[in-house]
Design a binder for this molecule. Structure first.
Ligand code: BV8
Length: 292
Protein backbone atom coordinates (compact mmCIF):
# COMPACT_ATOMS: atom_id res chain seq x y z
CA UNK A 1 0.00 0.00 0.00
CA UNK A 2 1.53 3.33 -1.02
CA UNK A 3 2.36 5.70 1.81
CA UNK A 4 -0.68 7.87 2.57
CA UNK A 5 1.18 11.09 1.71
CA UNK A 6 3.10 9.86 -1.36
CA UNK A 7 2.40 12.50 -4.02
CA UNK A 8 3.62 10.32 -6.93
CA UNK A 9 1.34 7.49 -5.80
CA UNK A 10 -1.53 9.99 -5.72
CA UNK A 11 -0.61 11.24 -9.21
CA UNK A 12 -0.69 7.66 -10.44
CA UNK A 13 -4.20 7.25 -8.96
CA UNK A 14 -5.28 10.58 -10.48
CA UNK A 15 -4.23 9.56 -14.00
CA UNK A 16 -6.33 6.39 -13.63
CA UNK A 17 -9.34 8.32 -12.29
CA UNK A 18 -12.36 9.71 -14.11
CA UNK A 19 -15.05 10.64 -11.55
CA UNK A 20 -13.74 13.01 -8.90
CA UNK A 21 -15.71 14.72 -6.12
CA UNK A 22 -14.37 17.53 -3.94
CA UNK A 23 -15.82 18.77 -0.64
CA UNK A 24 -14.34 22.15 0.31
CA UNK A 25 -14.41 24.15 3.54
CA UNK A 26 -13.12 27.39 5.01
CA UNK A 27 -9.52 26.12 5.10
CA UNK A 28 -9.40 26.47 1.30
CA UNK A 29 -9.92 30.23 1.63
CA UNK A 30 -7.57 30.68 4.59
CA UNK A 31 -4.66 31.53 2.28
CA UNK A 32 -6.88 34.26 0.77
CA UNK A 33 -6.98 35.84 4.21
CA UNK A 34 -10.51 34.81 5.17
CA UNK A 35 -10.92 33.47 8.72
CA UNK A 36 -12.06 29.89 9.27
CA UNK A 37 -14.98 29.06 11.54
CA UNK A 38 -13.58 26.80 14.19
CA UNK A 39 -9.97 27.84 14.32
CA UNK A 40 -8.63 31.08 15.75
CA UNK A 41 -10.83 32.94 13.26
CA UNK A 42 -13.93 31.37 14.67
CA UNK A 43 -14.69 34.24 17.00
CA UNK A 44 -16.20 37.51 15.91
CA UNK A 45 -16.42 40.06 18.70
CA UNK A 46 -16.51 37.16 21.18
CA UNK A 47 -19.48 35.69 19.34
CA UNK A 48 -18.90 32.24 17.93
CA UNK A 49 -19.45 32.57 14.20
CA UNK A 50 -21.69 29.50 14.29
CA UNK A 51 -23.93 31.17 16.90
CA UNK A 52 -24.57 34.06 14.51
CA UNK A 53 -25.28 31.75 11.54
CA UNK A 54 -28.83 30.96 12.68
CA UNK A 55 -32.33 32.33 11.96
CA UNK A 56 -32.85 32.75 15.71
CA UNK A 57 -29.84 35.06 15.97
CA UNK A 58 -31.16 37.11 13.05
CA UNK A 59 -34.68 37.44 14.42
CA UNK A 60 -33.20 38.41 17.82
CA UNK A 61 -30.89 41.09 16.44
CA UNK A 62 -30.93 41.54 12.65
CA UNK A 63 -28.47 44.44 12.88
CA UNK A 64 -25.81 42.43 14.73
CA UNK A 65 -26.06 39.46 12.35
CA UNK A 66 -26.00 41.83 9.39
CA UNK A 67 -22.85 43.52 10.76
CA UNK A 68 -21.20 40.08 10.93
CA UNK A 69 -22.21 39.25 7.34
CA UNK A 70 -21.48 42.74 5.99
CA UNK A 71 -17.99 42.45 7.47
CA UNK A 72 -17.51 39.05 5.81
CA UNK A 73 -18.82 40.47 2.50
CA UNK A 74 -16.27 43.30 2.77
CA UNK A 75 -13.45 40.84 3.57
CA UNK A 76 -14.43 38.51 0.72
CA UNK A 77 -14.71 41.39 -1.77
CA UNK A 78 -11.19 42.45 -0.82
CA UNK A 79 -9.82 38.91 -1.00
CA UNK A 80 -8.62 37.15 -4.14
CA UNK A 81 -8.89 33.47 -5.10
CA UNK A 82 -5.73 31.55 -4.24
CA UNK A 83 -3.79 28.87 -6.12
CA UNK A 84 -6.04 26.22 -4.56
CA UNK A 85 -9.18 27.75 -6.09
CA UNK A 86 -7.44 28.05 -9.47
CA UNK A 87 -6.17 24.45 -9.35
CA UNK A 88 -9.73 23.18 -8.73
CA UNK A 89 -11.10 25.34 -11.57
CA UNK A 90 -8.39 24.03 -13.93
CA UNK A 91 -9.23 20.43 -12.99
CA UNK A 92 -12.91 21.12 -13.75
CA UNK A 93 -12.04 22.54 -17.18
CA UNK A 94 -9.86 19.50 -17.93
CA UNK A 95 -12.28 16.88 -16.56
CA UNK A 96 -16.06 17.24 -17.03
CA UNK A 97 -16.55 14.35 -14.59
CA UNK A 98 -15.20 16.42 -11.68
CA UNK A 99 -17.84 17.91 -9.34
CA UNK A 100 -16.87 20.37 -6.60
CA UNK A 101 -19.07 20.85 -3.52
CA UNK A 102 -18.19 23.89 -1.43
CA UNK A 103 -19.38 25.05 1.98
CA UNK A 104 -17.72 28.41 1.35
CA UNK A 105 -19.92 31.42 0.66
CA UNK A 106 -17.10 33.84 -0.26
CA UNK A 107 -17.59 33.71 -4.06
CA UNK A 108 -13.92 32.82 -4.58
CA UNK A 109 -14.65 29.67 -6.65
CA UNK A 110 -16.66 31.60 -9.30
CA UNK A 111 -14.02 34.37 -9.25
CA UNK A 112 -11.36 31.71 -9.96
CA UNK A 113 -13.27 30.78 -13.12
CA UNK A 114 -14.65 27.48 -11.83
CA UNK A 115 -17.22 26.30 -14.43
CA UNK A 116 -20.64 26.96 -12.81
CA UNK A 117 -22.07 23.58 -13.88
CA UNK A 118 -19.26 21.82 -11.98
CA UNK A 119 -19.67 23.47 -8.58
CA UNK A 120 -22.45 23.36 -5.97
CA UNK A 121 -22.39 26.12 -3.34
CA UNK A 122 -23.93 24.07 -0.54
CA UNK A 123 -24.42 26.96 1.88
CA UNK A 124 -25.34 29.70 -0.60
CA UNK A 125 -23.43 32.93 -1.06
CA UNK A 126 -22.66 36.11 0.88
CA UNK A 127 -23.62 37.92 -2.33
CA UNK A 128 -27.11 36.48 -2.63
CA UNK A 129 -29.74 38.51 -0.79
CA UNK A 130 -33.19 37.14 0.02
CA UNK A 131 -36.40 37.95 1.87
CA UNK A 132 -37.07 36.91 5.47
CA UNK A 133 -40.37 37.53 7.26
CA UNK A 134 -39.54 38.16 10.92
CA UNK A 135 -43.13 37.40 11.88
CA UNK A 136 -43.19 34.01 10.19
CA UNK A 137 -41.71 31.53 12.71
CA UNK A 138 -39.84 29.54 10.10
CA UNK A 139 -38.63 32.85 8.70
CA UNK A 140 -39.60 31.92 5.13
CA UNK A 141 -40.01 35.21 3.28
CA UNK A 142 -41.91 35.84 0.05
CA UNK A 143 -39.31 33.99 -2.04
CA UNK A 144 -37.56 37.08 -3.42
CA UNK A 145 -33.83 36.56 -4.07
CA UNK A 146 -31.20 38.77 -5.67
CA UNK A 147 -27.91 37.27 -6.93
CA UNK A 148 -24.56 39.07 -7.30
CA UNK A 149 -25.28 41.93 -4.91
CA UNK A 150 -21.79 43.38 -4.28
CA UNK A 151 -22.88 46.62 -2.55
CA UNK A 152 -20.25 47.48 0.06
CA UNK A 153 -21.43 48.70 2.49
CA UNK A 154 -24.64 46.75 1.96
CA UNK A 155 -26.62 49.73 3.28
CA UNK A 156 -25.76 53.01 5.09
CA UNK A 157 -26.49 51.52 8.54
CA UNK A 158 -23.75 48.91 7.94
CA UNK A 159 -21.04 51.39 6.93
CA UNK A 160 -18.96 50.33 9.97
CA UNK A 161 -18.50 46.92 8.32
CA UNK A 162 -16.98 48.42 5.22
CA UNK A 163 -14.28 50.50 6.90
CA UNK A 164 -10.67 49.65 6.14
CA UNK A 165 -8.19 50.02 8.94
CA UNK A 166 -4.40 50.43 9.17
CA UNK A 167 -2.74 47.02 9.62
CA UNK A 168 -1.62 47.69 13.19
CA UNK A 169 -5.05 48.89 14.36
CA UNK A 170 -8.16 46.90 15.28
CA UNK A 171 -11.33 47.71 13.43
CA UNK A 172 -13.74 49.06 16.08
CA UNK A 173 -16.22 46.56 14.69
CA UNK A 174 -13.90 43.71 15.69
CA UNK A 175 -13.01 45.09 19.09
CA UNK A 176 -15.22 43.32 21.62
CA UNK A 177 -14.61 46.18 24.06
CA UNK A 178 -15.93 48.69 21.53
CA UNK A 179 -19.65 49.13 22.24
CA UNK A 180 -21.56 48.75 18.98
CA UNK A 181 -24.53 51.01 18.43
CA UNK A 182 -27.61 48.81 18.04
CA UNK A 183 -28.87 49.01 14.47
CA UNK A 184 -32.65 49.52 14.46
CA UNK A 185 -34.63 47.11 12.28
CA UNK A 186 -36.01 50.16 10.47
CA UNK A 187 -32.53 50.73 8.98
CA UNK A 188 -32.28 47.23 7.50
CA UNK A 189 -33.50 47.29 3.87
CA UNK A 190 -36.97 45.84 3.29
CA UNK A 191 -37.77 43.22 0.70
CA UNK A 192 -38.52 45.12 -2.56
CA UNK A 193 -41.02 42.47 -3.66
CA UNK A 194 -43.34 42.11 -0.65
CA UNK A 195 -42.15 45.25 1.23
CA UNK A 196 -43.04 43.33 4.38
CA UNK A 197 -40.02 41.08 4.94
CA UNK A 198 -36.42 42.19 5.50
CA UNK A 199 -33.46 41.58 3.22
CA UNK A 200 -31.13 38.89 4.68
CA UNK A 201 -27.87 37.25 3.57
CA UNK A 202 -28.63 34.47 1.07
CA UNK A 203 -26.70 31.84 3.01
CA UNK A 204 -27.95 28.61 4.61
CA UNK A 205 -28.00 28.97 8.39
CA UNK A 206 -27.98 26.12 10.88
CA UNK A 207 -31.38 24.43 11.13
CA UNK A 208 -32.23 25.69 7.66
CA UNK A 209 -32.53 23.19 4.82
CA UNK A 210 -30.18 23.27 1.88
CA UNK A 211 -31.69 23.63 -1.58
CA UNK A 212 -33.62 20.37 -2.23
CA UNK A 213 -32.97 20.28 -6.00
CA UNK A 214 -29.24 20.76 -5.38
CA UNK A 215 -29.20 17.90 -2.83
CA UNK A 216 -31.05 15.61 -5.26
CA UNK A 217 -28.61 16.49 -8.07
CA UNK A 218 -25.63 15.67 -5.84
CA UNK A 219 -27.15 12.34 -4.76
CA UNK A 220 -27.86 11.48 -8.42
CA UNK A 221 -24.28 12.36 -9.43
CA UNK A 222 -22.85 10.14 -6.69
CA UNK A 223 -25.18 7.25 -7.56
CA UNK A 224 -24.47 7.50 -11.31
CA UNK A 225 -21.22 5.50 -11.18
CA UNK A 226 -18.20 4.69 -9.02
CA UNK A 227 -16.44 7.77 -7.60
CA UNK A 228 -12.68 7.26 -8.04
CA UNK A 229 -11.41 10.10 -5.81
CA UNK A 230 -13.01 12.26 -3.11
CA UNK A 231 -10.92 15.32 -2.22
CA UNK A 232 -11.79 16.61 1.29
CA UNK A 233 -10.22 20.05 1.38
CA UNK A 234 -9.84 22.41 4.36
CA UNK A 235 -12.88 21.32 6.31
CA UNK A 236 -13.39 20.18 9.88
CA UNK A 237 -16.12 17.91 8.45
CA UNK A 238 -18.55 18.52 11.33
CA UNK A 239 -21.37 20.20 9.42
CA UNK A 240 -23.96 18.03 7.67
CA UNK A 241 -24.96 17.18 5.00
CA UNK A 242 -21.55 18.37 3.63
CA UNK A 243 -19.62 16.15 6.04
CA UNK A 244 -21.52 13.06 4.89
CA UNK A 245 -20.63 13.14 1.18
CA UNK A 246 -17.18 11.51 1.42
CA UNK A 247 -18.69 8.45 3.11
CA UNK A 248 -21.67 8.43 0.76
CA UNK A 249 -19.41 8.45 -2.33
CA UNK A 250 -16.93 5.87 -1.03
CA UNK A 251 -16.80 2.43 -2.66
CA UNK A 252 -14.15 -0.32 -2.49
CA UNK A 253 -11.86 1.36 -5.01
CA UNK A 254 -12.41 4.99 -3.95
CA UNK A 255 -9.51 7.03 -2.58
CA UNK A 256 -10.60 9.64 -0.03
CA UNK A 257 -7.86 12.30 -0.03
CA UNK A 258 -7.75 14.67 2.94
CA UNK A 259 -5.97 17.99 2.43
CA UNK A 260 -5.84 19.82 5.75
CA UNK A 261 -3.32 21.39 8.11
CA UNK A 262 -4.17 18.56 10.53
CA UNK A 263 -4.46 15.71 8.00
CA UNK A 264 -1.45 13.78 9.30
CA UNK A 265 -2.21 13.98 13.01
CA UNK A 266 -2.31 10.45 14.45
CA UNK A 267 -6.05 10.63 15.24
CA UNK A 268 -6.75 11.51 11.62
CA UNK A 269 -4.36 8.94 10.11
CA UNK A 270 -6.14 6.31 12.22
CA UNK A 271 -9.31 6.92 10.17
CA UNK A 272 -7.66 6.24 6.78
CA UNK A 273 -8.80 3.27 4.74
CA UNK A 274 -6.79 1.14 2.28
CA UNK A 275 -6.73 3.46 -0.78
CA UNK A 276 -6.84 6.77 1.11
CA UNK A 277 -4.32 9.62 1.09
CA UNK A 278 -3.69 12.38 3.61
CA UNK A 279 -1.64 15.51 2.95
CA UNK A 280 -0.92 17.94 5.80
CA UNK A 281 -0.43 21.54 4.79
CA UNK A 282 -1.95 24.61 3.21
CA UNK A 283 -4.52 23.73 0.56
CA UNK A 284 -3.30 26.69 -1.53
CA UNK A 285 0.16 25.08 -1.69
CA UNK A 286 -0.85 21.41 -1.89
CA UNK A 287 -3.63 21.54 -4.50
CA UNK A 288 -1.50 22.90 -7.37
CA UNK A 289 1.10 20.17 -6.65
CA UNK A 290 -1.48 17.40 -6.35
CA UNK A 291 -3.67 18.36 -9.31
CA UNK A 292 -1.01 19.50 -11.79
C1 BV8 B 1 -29.77 20.86 7.34
C2 BV8 B 1 -23.65 29.53 7.08
C3 BV8 B 1 -31.94 19.88 7.41
C4 BV8 B 1 -23.02 30.33 6.01
C5 BV8 B 1 -23.09 27.33 7.86
C6 BV8 B 1 -26.58 15.15 10.94
C7 BV8 B 1 -25.82 14.94 12.09
C8 BV8 B 1 -25.67 15.96 13.03
C9 BV8 B 1 -26.25 17.21 12.83
C10 BV8 B 1 -26.97 17.42 11.69
C11 BV8 B 1 -27.13 16.40 10.74
N1 BV8 B 1 -27.89 16.91 9.71
C12 BV8 B 1 -28.18 18.20 9.96
C13 BV8 B 1 -27.65 18.55 11.15
C14 BV8 B 1 -27.77 19.87 11.78
C15 BV8 B 1 -26.69 20.85 11.30
C16 BV8 B 1 -25.32 20.35 11.63
O1 BV8 B 1 -24.62 19.84 10.77
N2 BV8 B 1 -24.94 20.50 12.89
C17 BV8 B 1 -23.63 20.02 13.30
C18 BV8 B 1 -22.66 21.19 13.39
C19 BV8 B 1 -23.80 19.37 14.68
N3 BV8 B 1 -26.81 21.07 9.87
C20 BV8 B 1 -27.70 21.96 9.43
O2 BV8 B 1 -28.43 22.61 10.14
C21 BV8 B 1 -27.77 22.13 7.91
N4 BV8 B 1 -29.16 22.05 7.52
O3 BV8 B 1 -29.20 19.81 7.41
O4 BV8 B 1 -31.14 20.99 7.08
C22 BV8 B 1 -32.07 19.91 8.90
C23 BV8 B 1 -32.62 21.03 9.48
C24 BV8 B 1 -32.78 21.03 10.87
C25 BV8 B 1 -32.33 19.95 11.66
C26 BV8 B 1 -31.73 18.84 11.04
C27 BV8 B 1 -31.61 18.83 9.65
C28 BV8 B 1 -27.26 23.51 7.53
C29 BV8 B 1 -25.77 23.54 7.63
C30 BV8 B 1 -25.23 24.89 7.11
C31 BV8 B 1 -24.90 25.77 8.28
N5 BV8 B 1 -24.35 27.03 7.81
N6 BV8 B 1 -22.69 28.54 7.54
C32 BV8 B 1 -21.85 31.06 6.57
O5 BV8 B 1 -22.04 31.89 7.49
O6 BV8 B 1 -20.74 30.79 6.09
S1 BV8 B 1 -21.97 26.17 8.35
C33 BV8 B 1 -20.44 26.84 8.58
O7 BV8 B 1 -19.59 25.73 8.93
C34 BV8 B 1 -19.83 27.40 7.30
O8 BV8 B 1 -20.65 27.31 6.17
C35 BV8 B 1 -18.59 26.53 7.10
O9 BV8 B 1 -18.29 26.39 5.80
C36 BV8 B 1 -19.08 25.27 7.71
C37 BV8 B 1 -18.12 24.18 7.96
O10 BV8 B 1 -16.97 24.71 8.54
P1 BV8 B 1 -15.61 24.44 7.72
O11 BV8 B 1 -15.76 25.00 6.37
O12 BV8 B 1 -15.24 23.01 7.85
O13 BV8 B 1 -14.61 25.37 8.51
P2 BV8 B 1 -13.91 25.08 9.91
O14 BV8 B 1 -13.38 26.38 10.38
O15 BV8 B 1 -14.83 24.28 10.77
O16 BV8 B 1 -12.68 24.12 9.55
C38 BV8 B 1 -11.61 24.61 8.78
C39 BV8 B 1 -10.73 23.43 8.51
O17 BV8 B 1 -9.69 23.83 7.63
C40 BV8 B 1 -10.03 22.88 9.75
O18 BV8 B 1 -10.07 21.46 9.71
C41 BV8 B 1 -8.59 23.39 9.63
O19 BV8 B 1 -7.68 22.44 10.16
C42 BV8 B 1 -8.44 23.47 8.14
N7 BV8 B 1 -7.52 24.51 7.66
C43 BV8 B 1 -7.33 25.75 8.17
N8 BV8 B 1 -6.45 26.43 7.37
C44 BV8 B 1 -6.13 25.60 6.34
C45 BV8 B 1 -6.81 24.37 6.52
N9 BV8 B 1 -6.69 23.34 5.67
C46 BV8 B 1 -5.89 23.52 4.60
N10 BV8 B 1 -5.21 24.66 4.35
C47 BV8 B 1 -5.31 25.71 5.20
N11 BV8 B 1 -4.61 26.84 4.97
Amino acid sequence: MPKYNDISAFHEKLTRSKRILAVCGAGLSAASGLPTFRGAGGLWRNHRATDLATPTAFVKDPGLVWLFYAYRRHMALNATPNAGHFALAALARKNGKFLCLSQNVDNLHPRAGHPSEQIKLLHGSLFDIKCIDLNDEDGEGCGWIQHDNFDDPFCPALAAAAEDVEPDKTLPLLDPDHELAKIPVSEIPKCPQCSNGLQRPGVVWFDESLDGNMLDAIDAWIKQDVVDIVLVIGTSAVVYPAAGYAGQARSGSTSVVTINLEAELPQNLAKLKKNDFAFAGDAAVLLPKLLE
